[in-house]
Design a binder for this molecule. Structure first.
Ligand SMILES: [Zn+2]
Length: 193
């Protein structure tokens, strides 16, 4: 491509860019904007700005706006999240875990307690082992298929009408997506009334 060699030349020709072939102050050999600086420098500055914006904590107003958007568009948000490539989902999940170590730890301990409380004392060791196997199975399915599998309580442990038990015959391995659809349905009536 033929670019003017100096800014002056570019200005005279009305060109947006020029190319000197010389390194800029940061050492890039790149196009320069007639009304600005080296394009590579601009890119670098953008990247830095982007990172800074990500690190900045969200204001309460921004968080509230996000929550309002989610409430209004719950189905669409969930559908969009489910449609993302597996690789991206995995990355988002592990980023979330890194950013929210305390929340994740608290969730895990609540879940463990609920499971413990919903497990009948009379369950045999073999039955307990069977349940552990289902969790192993879910993890293996996730690894094999690159789709996230979870262990679902067929009758929810904290259902509106009845509370299910943490027993092998109330458990099944399903995809996270199916599980979300299910919880969606269960939640829907109470949010619409
Ligand atoms: Zn540069």
């Amino acid at each position: 491509m033929d670019h003017p060699k100096t800014r002056k030349e570019a200005q005279e020709l009305g060109a947006k860019f020029y190319f000197t072939g010389e390194p800029c102050v940061r050492g890039h050999i790149a196009l320069r904007k007639t009304k600005g600086s080296c394009l590579e420098c601009v890119k670098e500055d953008w990247a830095v700005d982007n990172e800074r914006r990500k690190e900045k904590p969200k204001t309460e107003a921004a968080k509230a706006a996000g929550r309002r958007y989610y409430e209004k568009n719950r189905q669409a948000v969930i559908a969009r999240a489910a449609a993302r490539p597996a690789e991206e989902k995995r990355r988002n999940r592990s980023d979330y875990k890194d950013r929210n170590v305390d929340v994740v730890r608290a969730d895990t301990s609540v879940r463990k307690r609920r499971h413990r409380e919903a497990t009948p004392k009379w369950l045999t060791p073999a039955e307990r082992l069977l349940m552990r196997d289902l969790y192993v199975q879910a993890r293996k399915m996730t690894e094999l298929t690159r789709e996230r599998y979870v262990v679902d309580h067929i009758v929810p442990l904290r259902g509106e009408a009845v509370c299910g038990l943490h027993v092998p015959w109330n458990l099944r391995v399903i995809t996270q997506e199916e599980n979300l659809k299910k919880s969606n349905k269960l939640v829907a009536p109470s949010t619409t009334t």
